[in-house]
Design a binder for this molecule. Structure first.
Ligand code: ADP
Length: 175
């Protein structure tokens, strides 16, 4: 079966950049667990259950990927799964500093867990969940950023929100 890899993140919601990394990781490792952090210190649009369901639907065609949520330290969850590899995606140079810090900290906590960073494909180098939500909430076309079922979920969310800007950080794409 080969190595087990964990691919942790917020996935609020999953988009084509995440899917590309998960798919490529599934070609490198025997089993990939997409691990959705239960309570990140970020403002979230989707609940943990919603983020898990959206990721499961997006990755259902890849048999060696499993989607789970977790609490606490990523290294502890990795250990409970028997994972030897922690996968992260790298987009721009500015991602590197944080990824490097996290990789060194995780290595201190769990020396047997190896962090492997996969480079984004250039089509997705600009894409983050925040950008996806901002474009969507301002009425832009997101069909090249996320799968149709994510767009449906975003539409439902937008209908419930009186002021979408309250739940989505709008930084720069309006006015
Ligand atoms: P975000 O909110 O920016 O999408 P997440 O915490 O959900 O961030 O990301 C989980 C992992 O996926 C991180 O390693 C992140 O760098 C990676 N990732 C996010 N977007 C992309 C992308 N467009 N291309 C490659 N990797 C990405």
């Amino acid at each position: 079966m080969g190595n087990i890899a964990i691919y942790p993140g917020t996935f609020d919601p999953i988009h084509f950049g995440h899917i590309d990394i998960a798919r490529r990781a599934a070609q490198l490792f025997g089993r990939v667990v997409v691990a959705i952090y239960d309570r990140p210190s970020k403002r979230l649009l989707f609940s943990t259950e919603e983020r898990v369901a959206l990721a499961r639907e997006a990755l259902r065609d890849i048999p060696n990927i499993e989607v789970r949520s977790y609490k606490g330290l990523t290294t502890a969850f990795a250990e409970s799964l028997g994972a030897r590899v922690l996968v992260r995606g790298l987009r721009v140079i500015s991602d590197f500093e944080l990824e490097y810090q996290m990789a060194l900290t995780n290595n201190q906590l769990a020396p047997q867990l190896e962090t492997v960073c996969l480079m984004t494909r250039k089509e997705y180098a600009f894409l983050s969940a925040s950008i996806l939500k901002e474009v969507f909430m301002l009425g832009g076309d997101v069909s090249t950023l996320a799968p149709p079922h994510v767009e449906v979920a975003l539409t439902r969310k937008r209908e419930k929100l009186a002021y979408p800007g309250d739940s989505v950080t709008l930084v720069s794409l309006r006015d």
